[in-house]
Design a binder for this molecule. Sequence first.
Ligand SMILES: Nc1nc2c(c(=O)[nH]1)N[C@H]1C(S)=C(S)[C@@H](COP(=O)(O)OP(=O)(O)OC[C@H]3O[C@@H](n4cnc5c(=O)[nH]c(N)nc54)[C@H](O)[C@@H]3O)O[C@H]1N2
Ligand SMILES: Nc1nc2c(c(=O)[nH]1)N[C@H]1C(S)=C(S)[C@@H](COP(=O)(O)OP(=O)(O)OC[C@H]3O[C@@H](n4cnc5c(=O)[nH]c(N)nc54)[C@H](O)[C@@H]3O)O[C@H]1N2
Ligand code: SF4
Ligand SMILES: [Mo]
Length: 729
Amino acid sequence: MKKVVHAACPHDCPDACGVLITVEDGRATRIQGDPEHPVTRGFLCAKVAKYLDRVYSPERVLYPMRRIEPKGPATGAANAGEGPFDCRSGQVRATQNWQRISWDQALDEIATRFRGIIRDFGSEAILPYSYGGTLGTLNGASMDRRFFHRLGASQLDRTICSAAGEAGLKSVYGAKLGTEPEQFRHSRYIIAWAANIHGNNVHLWPFITEARRNGAKLVVIDPYRTRTAACADWYLPINPGTDAVLALGMMHVIIGENLHDSDYVSKYTVGFEALREKVKEYPPERVAQWTGIAADDIRKLAREYATARPSVIRLNYGVQRSEGGGMATRAIAMLPCVIGSWKQVGGGLQMSTSGAFELNSDALKRPDLMKTALGRKARVINMVELGRVLNTVNDPPVKALFVYNSNPAAVCPNHNEVIRGLQRSDLFTVVHEQFFTDTTDYADMVLPATTFFEHKDLQKAYGHYYMQVSQQAIAPLGECHSNVEVFRALAQKMGFEDECFRETVDEMIDAALDSGDLWLKGISRERLEREGHVRLNFVSQKDAGDGACATQAATQPFLPFAQGNFRTPSGKAELYSATLEAEGLDPVVEFTPPVESRHGRQKTGFPLELLARKADNFLNSTFTNVPSVQAMEESGLLEMHGSDAQARGIADGDKVRVFNPRGEVVLKARVDGAVQSGVVSARLNWAKLSPGFQSINALTSEKLTDMGNSATFYSVLVEVELAKPKASG
Ligand SMILES: Nc1nc2c(c(=O)[nH]1)N[C@H]1C(S)=C(S)[C@@H](COP(=O)(O)OP(=O)(O)OC[C@H]3O[C@@H](n4cnc5c(=O)[nH]c(N)nc54)[C@H](O)[C@@H]3O)O[C@H]1N2
Ligand SMILES: Nc1nc2c(c(=O)[nH]1)N[C@H]1C(S)=C(S)[C@@H](COP(=O)(O)OP(=O)(O)OC[C@H]3O[C@@H](n4cnc5c(=O)[nH]c(N)nc54)[C@H](O)[C@@H]3O)O[C@H]1N2
Ligand code: SF4
Ligand SMILES: [Mo]
């Protein structure tokens, strides 16, 4: 029997593609993009186009497994330390480490260990650790949260990706809303600001192509010459971590030359006078010294951006992975307010659209259950600081770690400290996973997880405004269970009687959609199941009673801030923020060059700025072990500028040692003009697929951003030298 099932890609990617899965006799035989989806329009990125290889990989975790050898990657691999090696051998090693057990045994053992830890150390000695494995609403954050709230476990502050940018954006707009991708086709001037569109957001590209066909100009601001930069009309390489000052310099020119929109500014913003004073300190000549962008180019950029209307900014999260990332996002977010481009179709800015999906989060996560367990809120642990927390926190120490939807042994900063913590023999670690990752190498128990082919979910997006239901296409492989089912079963083992642990998936989807939010009005599970995707219903409070207006709102371009409607305390775009002031931050914008940048390097003795970037063909550390995807990505490279290579006697293809006080990695030098002098770049991968079992996160730090307590993956100083040839024999 053959059927085609509608699903939605749940990977941590703004596009949230509509997907069609062909199933024949219970086996998925084809994956393709849903041509009906108005944004993702029938194509998939190269990695997900190969998804059958991932679902049916011989390396899937299919059964609960208990560790029988000491923690750590098995050492028997012939070429350990040499990598990358064929990950098939990884599977052989993985099974050697493990003993298959039943689900019942596994859950009993977890419940017993948890009870013992709670008795001896309190429930906050248990720490959940999850992030973006799936962004499905249910499998991302629902039954798991209920479980850990009811348990009274420590709470995890999920800051590893976007918290600084979120804080920066919200400080100006009060909400994570932005320009619809479909509107980019109407733009005349598009700035891709720290936005690797070809790599990370490929479904925006056709809209940009359409705009350019109609004469639009594409400008890219990125310290790395991405594929997007290579295709741009104008590429501006910027010194890492200096974006705030570029935005201030642009506003210096725009306001100084009276190119701002005084009508919009006076109606819908607060603090313009304070901003006008602030930007006086940033003339282009001064900004050029920080950013490495010539003063004349800064003037030209500002003038073009302010006058070629409509102009739009695709700001992505690259800027906010720096020490000053919150303020940089804040400064950039002011630009469309100052020039009033929010008024126009094809104007404004997009960093994230996720704030439009106001689901009933309390019903899904039940934070009230924390009170049942503890009588108060549980302590909060920042996921970025996992290394420090595992090694030093004592009040109480973390005695159990439950990892799902994440691979911290690859993605977390300060890798060596994370590994040191994960190696603790007194730490009980459970990992719910689809594969034997870097993190399962340190697990006491591994539980098999379904992929999105094998479970149903409700799918939001952070790069467009369509809600989808992702249907289950095939039965779970082996004994895989979804996150929802694992935490449901564990709740039962722990004896939690609350009704919410018995809710079905459909009941949870219904509860999620039942938030009373106007933009969700008329969007039911049944309708999503019927139509596949539904655009949010952008009706205003005023129009809500009027059916005709509501229908119109469903098809009209969405202009979130055309008439103000900012969700800040003042209701206006806050160019001056009293909230920031109360937190002791500069209420306008503060620019402090990162300590770990060329401006601080004299103090550290490490001269090169490292961009520890994502790979275009992987998704963080996901897909890195799929051979057909590996074939698309040349791994293990350190990209560097010719002058930096030459100064160190390094030629293209040489093995180099990249190091700083936190760690070292061995990579292959690539001298091809992707970075400016003073900057080097390497890409994320599994540690065990890398030479010496070292993630590039061995070099990154746990230092937090200025706002949002996020990670600083792009504020890293290193030195590079030729790797010593290995002694022969
Ligand atoms: N193919 C692929 N797609 C992905 C991912 C992936 O790993 N691979 N990851 C997904 C995830 S989790 C996320 S959060 C999104 C993120 O997507 P993006 O926000 O695009 O995140 P990054 O790739 O971290 O950074 C974007 C760009 O910012 C640049 N950059 C670094 N530092 C600076 C700086 O100081 N200033 C400026 N102007 N630019 C800088 C980087 O070189 C990079 O090209 O993408 C998602 N999509
Ligand atoms: N150096 C450096 N480090 C980075 C970044 C960077 O740019 N540079 N980017 C950072 C960013 S932006 C992010 S978002 C984080 C991402 O960090 P993570 O969210 O940890 O992302 P992944 O590495 O993709 O790991 C997700 C894991 O979840 C598993 N998984 C997928 N679906 C499910 C499921 O349904 N159930 C369960 N139980 N497991 C599932 C996958 O197999 C995968 O191993 O990494 C951060 N780390
Ligand atoms: S990873 Fe992104 S681009 Fe690729 S299929 Fe998923 S949502 Fe689409
Ligand atoms: Mo991310």
